[in-house]
Design a protein. Sequence first.
Length: 336
Amino acid sequence: MVSKYGTFRAVMVSAGLIFGVGLLVLLINPQVGASPLRWGMEWPNTDFSKRSVEWNEILSGGPPKDGIPSIDDPRTESISKIDNLTDTEPVIGLIINGKARAYPLRILTWHEIANDELGGVPVTVTYCPPCNSSIAFDRRLDGRILDFRTTGKLRRSDMVMNDRQTESWWQQFIGEGISGEMTGKKLKIIPTRLESFADFKKRAPHGDVLVPNVMSMRNYGANPYVGYDSSAFPFLYRGAMPKGINPMVRVVVVDEEAWSLPLLRDKGVVSRGDLKLRWRPGQNSALDTRTISEGRYVGNVVVQRGVGEAAKGVAYDVTFAFVNNAFYPDRVINTN
C-alpha cells in the first residue's frame, strides 16, 4: 500500500506489518523532522519562538510544504450535472445563508483543504484522513481573511495546517494556532454534515458540488488508505490509547461529549437534553476499499439542538476513538 503521505502504506503479512523506509526511520528515531531549526529552511516566515505544543509531538507525514495542494480556486457544478458520484459516497455538506455546497471526500482525500466562500462567508473546509476528521472553519479572524494549506506535518495523527497570511501553524482537529503569530487563537467552527451524496441532494436539491479543477491531477475516487479504518492502530500516533474501546472505532464528538458510532447505530437516536443525535444508513466509508464508492457502510449522522422545525444543526465530528482520547483524554466516550 502506498499512501500520499509517502511512507504509511505497507504490505500486510501474517508476521505483522512491513513498513516503508521513511516510517521505519520515524519509529527508530521519533525526533526526525521535529525541529524548528530544520523546519525554518522550509518555513522561513513562521515565528517558531511562539508555540503551545511540544516539538517532539509533531512528525513529518512525508510531503513537503504544499506537497498536498490545497484547493484555492474552487470549481463547482450544479447537482444536476454531477454524474460520477454514487448516492452512498461521503460528502461534507455545508449550508450558509441559504447557499448549499457538497465537498466530496473523493476530492478532499487528495487535497485535505478547500479555501472557499459560501453565502458571503469565507470558509475553509478540511478533511484529515488519518483521523477521519471533517471540519469547516470561518476564515475571518482578527480583521483578516486567512487561507490555509497543509504543512505535511502531523501531530497526534492529525493534520497541522498553515495560514498563508501569518505563516502560523494550526491544529485541524481543534482549530487552534499552535505555533507562530496566531498561537492560542481559535477559529470559529461552522456546522457541517458528513453525509451521503443522496442525503445532501435531498436537503439541498438546488445546491452545487465541488469538482476537480483538473481531473487528471489526482486519482479522484480512489482511496490511498486502503483498509485503514479497520487496521489495529492509527498512522504515526505515539500517544495513549483509549480504554474500553478499539482506537479505530468511529465516535461522534459534540461539545464536551462523545458517543461511539456503534452505540448510535444500534439505538438510532440518542438524546442529551435538547441535543439529539440520529443515525441512519446510506453512507460508505472513505477509508476502506481501494474505490471509495465501494467502501463498507458506516451510515449517516445528524446532530441537532431544539425541537421540530426549530431544531438547528450543531457542529460535530465523526472521528476515531484515539483522536478523541489524544486531544481530550478526560472525555468519556459513551458506549452503552
